[in-house]
Ligand binder design. Structure first.
Ligand code: CAA
Length: 278
């Protein structure tokens, strides 16, 4: 895939894993407007996976050069230390809202990417950094990861999705407590709360574990994974009946795929499935 060139991001693709590294170590990878703009461009490319960009159309042409995305931060100290406080200090109301809405668009686009996105957090994931990680399918952390929504220390509130996605991920009580206190939690506490899926000792082990998970998923039907992701994301927060209608739509769409024909035939013929990804 051709991602283009970036000032604040480094992108590397290897064996079906695209690693997107936020690369502003001098500001602990804070999400400046430039980073937000560049993340939007990356998401646009990633949303072309599998076809024309939606899980439903992913069944069309079986184009899956990337089977998973790892999102991480450069510099060894932070995943992302938040929205850019220096830039925000002089923003007007309109500029502040635009900044938040631009990042909302990025997080929604990231959720729409039809392959798994894994945030690998080594160091600080604070404020906007925690919110960016929450838009990933799951979060892996190193033992020295620190999470928090410290916006109240700045007279701010979570602005990149934290008041919505944190409660979805860890429940209302713990989310309220983290947001009202601005408290930082370590990787063990984040694991206990269900904020992170796994904790690994070091950064290298973290990235290897994430790549291994991508490989595990890549052995499955990509159209099925994309449709499952769509069902989960679109039904989050909706009443059960509405969620089930969304699920029925994905289930129906799966019946239109060659992957479903191959997967069920392979089971009945007692052989390994070879999924065409269509
Ligand atoms: N924005 C801009 N610059 C930041 C930054 C941020 N969020 N976080 C760190 N930096 C910069 C620092 O200003 C510093 O730059 P200089 O060397 O030019 O002074 C550099 O990164 C290194 O940071 P520190 O010297 O502070 O490093 P430290 O090890 O002493 O502390 C830290 C690390 C505890 C993470 C501390 O940097 C910190 O508290 N950062 C801010 C965290 C925060 O409040 N994040 C939430 C932002 S608000 C938000 O995200 C709103 C939203 O939801 C949209």
């Amino acid at each position: 895939m051709d991602f283009g060139t970036f000032e604040t991001l480094a992108i590397e693709t290897s064996e079906g894993v695209a690693t997107v590294t936020i690369n502003r170590p001098e500001a602990l990878n804070a999400l400046s407007t430039k980073v937000v703009e560049e993340l939007a461009r990356v998401c646009e490319v990633l949303n072309q996976l599998g076809g024309t960009g939606t899980a439903a159309s992913a069944a069309l042409d079986g184009a899956w050069p990337v089977r998973g995305v790892i999102l991480t931060g450069a510099g060894g100290k932070a995943f992302v230390a938040g929205a850019d406080i220096r830039e925000m200090a002089s923003m007007s109301l309109d500029e502040g809202e635009f900044y938040a809405r631009s990042m909302h668009a990025v997080t929604l686009a990231l959720e729409a990417v039809p392959v798994p996105v894994i945030a690998c957090v080594d160091g600080y994931a604070l404020g906007g950094g925690c919110e960016l990680a929450l838009a990933a399918d799951f979060i892996y952390a190193s033992e020295r990861a620190q999470f928090g929504q410290p916006e109240v220390n700045l007279g701010l509130v979570p602005g990149f999705g934290g008041s919505v996605r944190l409660q979805q991920r860890i429940g209302l009580g713990p989310a309220r407590e983290l947001i009202y206190t601005g408290r930082r939690i370590d990787a063990a506490e984040a694991l206990r709360l269900g904020l992170v899926n796994r904790v690994l000792p070091t950064r290298d082990e973290l990235l290897s574990a994430a790549a291994e998970t991508v490989r595990e998923v890549a052995a499955k039907s990509p159209t099925a994974v994309a449709l499952a992701k769509r069902s989960i994301n679109q039904s989050t927060g909706r009443p059960t009946a509405e969620g089930l209608t969304i699920e029925a739509g994905s289930f129906r769409a799966a019946f239109a795929t060659e992957d479903k024909r191959e997967g069920t035939a392979a089971f009945l013929e007692k052989r390994e499935a070879v999924f065409p990804g269509r």
